[in-house]
Design a protein around this ligand. Structure first.
Ligand SMILES: Nc1ncnc2c1ncn2[C@@H]1O[C@H](COP(=O)(O)OP(=O)(O)OP(=O)(O)O)[C@@H](O)[C@H]1O
Length: 748
């Protein structure tokens, strides 16, 4: 005590404090009651203790000013009160119930919450913002508009048709305040509502809050940096070091500490806290005659006195915990959470919440019509690029020809079309030309190979001098043909096989051209064509073309990948915008549930995805992609895959905090999906271990199913097809469940 006197701290008048019994029933009578709240951020090794056994009692019908230095934990405490962050330990009652418990009505329209950040949609006008929050609170449009007129006057808001993003910071805060006040809720929680507001308007806001609480039915908790404005509060709490230094009415505090301003009270209490921490027991003993007011181990029925210096006991100005507040008894929520009834299932989606959310989502799209056009146009560009760039045969491939049948190596290559056994090399080359190759003549093999080595040609074709006669003899003599005939009837080919696709296609062209050339010669010489052909006959394929192309192989996977990942990007993007602008927190506090937000996005994104699917399929089918099966089934699977991407987008946006991490997560999943789902290469060609992974990935079965429908014309009766549908539906359910759980449990 002497130390404090030396420090020049005016002590409170010696006032013996009385302990008060605090029971659950009493705590439920208050607007807000927090007991032994502990909350820390950071790791176990490096903890940042924000709330350290804090007690808070907000009686009904008062304005409660929460004061403290920047970063002391005011917003954290309020976030815990509204149920958006969880305490590490301790208890909270809000309006008689536990925030988040069924039947408590909290979060819900009983609470109006103005977070520290603006938390409004920049694209919306002031009017639309008020209508949105009015609808969320269950008001009609007319009621919301009437309130808007009132707040335009009270808060001197600009013309209601102005977009929020074009308002000044102070104007935006006032719109945010009006949004919190729109339905005159029972408990208003305002995080720094008067920042950037001129003194006159600040006074008007305080007058309105005083007016609101007059009836005793409404309570306001307000944080502010302007300490002296809280003189008008019925009660203030001074927060420091994770505790309240005091929780008292401003007049009593100034009187007790013989200070002329609350600023000075705060200063004195802070100094006393610094010095008094060492003497906690001593100080308390003097105050209440006991060293431990909380009575360790007697949690439910503990004694609390009010306080100072970190012990969180506060000198109640004649108000006891059990005493009814001005508001009188109100309908308290049930003690226990009521058991689940079937009708609760119907309450999962509240119609006026859904109306507000869906309207808001569509309005956001309308206001961002450029972005939406891009989102719909992008898949069109992608699919057209795919069709134009992938799967076509390469043309204008250079071949280095060494033809020893010619008199001079660069002579023109002429031949006759009848049964003349002369210049057959030229006759063969003429068939090759239909594959759009470019022939470059060379005098010898060495120079031709040099051209291939330089990258000027893809292959060397060398015809011996007696190629025509040797080839003829090979046919005629058959098994009697000698080695020289066999050797000289060969076309020698050296290829650049560094490019697998080009070398395979070139090989195919060389073989097919040869077959055609021999058939043509046989016809001219009245030989049966079959004799010259390989005794292997490829009949009309059961499914697909004689000459299958890569486009038709890749198209199903490409279409599904485009739709899937655009949905991921669109959904995670719009959810993160909502979250980062603080709207998600605000909506959740107003009673909207995570499931409702998800469903509203499902509805709006579904419309976008439907348009995307129609344009993608239309572009694919009018260009090169063939569909043999039911177009309706193909479209349905595409839409389902888009929904799967949408739900994965929910998971992404619920798991990460910002767009950058969302981009990493989406990109990180894109490549494995593209490589492992059989989109660019058949699963049968993968390593066995990877095949096991591939079958559980979201696009594997749907790609196979889509391919089976498009190339084979199969319907839902085939297992390959229906497994694709079932797998996609399962993934939708999994992603939805995960995102609902993340929304529910991933807070604070
Ligand atoms: N999600 C979080 N993770 C880690 N630390 C956090 C987180 N949120 C807040 N903090 C830290 O907790 C402390 C209290 O923050 P809080 O926002 O509650 O303070 P405040 O009193 O509201 O400050 P101000 O008056 O400046 O708004 C700060 O040091 C802040 O850096």
């Amino acid at each position: 005590m002497a130390e404090m006197m030396e420090a020049g701290i005016a002590m409170a008048p010696t006032r013996r404090l009385k302990t008060q019994k605090s029971t659950v029933a009493m705590r439920r009578q208050h607007a807000v009651c927090v007991r032994r709240a502990c909350k820390r951020y950071g790791s176990a090794k490096n903890p940042n203790q924000i709330l350290d056994g804090l007690n808070m009692t907000v009686p009904k019908g008062v304005i409660y000013g929460l004061l403290g230095a920047s970063g002391c934990g005011k917003s954290t405490l309020l976030n815990c009160v509204v149920g958006r962050k969880r305490l590490d330990s301790g208890e909270i009652w809000v309006l008689g119930g536990r925030p988040g418990s069924r039947g408590s009505g909290v979060p819900g329209p009983r609470i109006g919450y103005m977070p520290q950040e603006i938390a409004l949609y920049g694209e919306f006008s002031i009017r639309e913002t008020m209508i949105y929050f009015g609808w969320v609170a269950g008001m009609t449009t007319a009621e919301a508009e009437a309130r808007l007129d009132f707040f335009v006057n009270l808060l001197q808001l600009p013309t209601p048709s102005r977009a929020v993003k074009n308002l000044s910071g102070g104007q935006q805060r006032r719109v945010s305040l009006a949004a919190a006040l729109v339905n005159s809720p029972e408990l208003l929680i305002l995080d720094e509502p008067t920042v950037g507001v001129d003194p006159l308007l600040r006074q008007a806001i305080w007058d309105h809050l005083v007016e609101l609480t007059k009836g005793g039915q409404r309570t306001v908790i307000i944080t502010t940096h302007y300490i002296d404005e809280t003189k008008q509060a019925g009660m203030i709490a001074l927060m420091r070091g994770g505790k309240f230094l005091a929780e008292e009415s401003p007049d009593v505090l100034m009187q007790m500490y013989q200070a002329d301003s609350l600023e000075n009270v705060f200063l004195k209490l802070s100094l006393a806290q610094i010095q008094g921490k060492r003497r906690r027991s001593m100080y308390l003993k003097e105050a209440i005659g006991s060293e431990d007011p909380a009575g360790e181990g007697n949690q439910d029925n503990m004694s609390e006195v009010s306080g100072e210096f970190g012990d969180n006991v506060s000198i109640k100005s004649g108000r006891s915990e059990g005493q009814q507040s001005v508001a009188g008894p109100s309908d308290l929520p049930p003690d226990e959470e009521p058991p689940y009834a079937c009708s609760d299932l119907l309450k999962v989606f509240v119609p006026h919440h859904m109306k507000a959310l869906i309207w808001k989502n569509f309005l956001w799209m309308w206001r961002n019509v450029g972005v939406m056009l891009f989102i719909v146009g992008l898949p069109v560009v992608q699919i057209l690029l795919f069709c134009a760039a992938i799967g076509r045969d390469p043309t204008d491939l250079h071949l280095a020809i060494v033809n020893h049948e010619l008199n001079k190596w660069d002579d023109p290559c002429h031949f006759k079309t009848n049964c003349t056994i002369d210049m057959l090399s030229c006759r063969y080359l003429s068939k090759l030309r239909k594959w759009d190759v470019i022939e470059d003549a060379f005098p010898d093999e060495a120079s031709a190979k040099h051209a291939v080595k330089k990258g000027d040609a893809w292959a060397v074709l060398s015809f011996p001098g007696n190629y025509s006669t040797s080839l003829y003899e090979r046919f005629v003599q058959g098994k009697d043909a000698d080695d020289s005939i066999l050797d000289f009837s060969n076309v020698d080919i050296w290829m650049d096989s560094s490019d697998q696709q080009i070398s395979q296609l070139l090989t195919r062209s060389l073989l097919l051209s040869f077959e055609e050339f021999v058939a043509d010669l046989s016809r001219a010489c009245d030989y049966p064509e079959q004799v010259a052909k390989l005794p292997v006959k490829f009949e009309e394929p059961v499914y697909g073309d004689q000459n299958p192309d890569f486009t038709n192989f890749a198209a199903p996977g490409v279409i599904l990948t485009i739709i899937f990942f655009l949905s991921v990007a669109l959904t995670s993007g719009s959810m993160l915008i909502e979250r980062n602008e603080g709207m998600l927190e605000r909506s959740l506090v107003s009673g909207i549930t995570g499931s409702e937000i998800l469903l509203s996005h499902v509805v709006t994104q579904f419309v976008v995805m439907l348009i995307q699917t129609i344009v993608v399929l239309f572009c694919a089918f009018i260009t090169v992609v063939d569909v043999h099966g039911s177009l309706a089934l193909v479209a349905t699977l595409t839409v389902l895959t888009g929904m799967c991407g949408m739900t994965f987008g929910f998971v992404v946006s619920c798991s990460v905090d910002n767009e950058r991490n969302a981009t990493y997560m989406a990109l990180g999943s894109f490549l494995p999906v593209v490589m492992l789902c059989g989109i660019v290469w058949p699963i049968e060609g993968m390593h066995k271990a990877l095949q096991a992974v591939a079958v559980v990935l979201p696009l594997t079965h749907s790609t196979e199913s889509m391919r089976a429908m498009m190339a084979r014309g199969w319907g839902l009766g085939k297992s390959t097809v229906y497994i694709g549908f079932l797998s996609t539906l399962t993934w939708i359910a999994v992603f939805l469940t995960v995102s609902v759980l993340l929304l529910k449990f991933r807070k604070g």
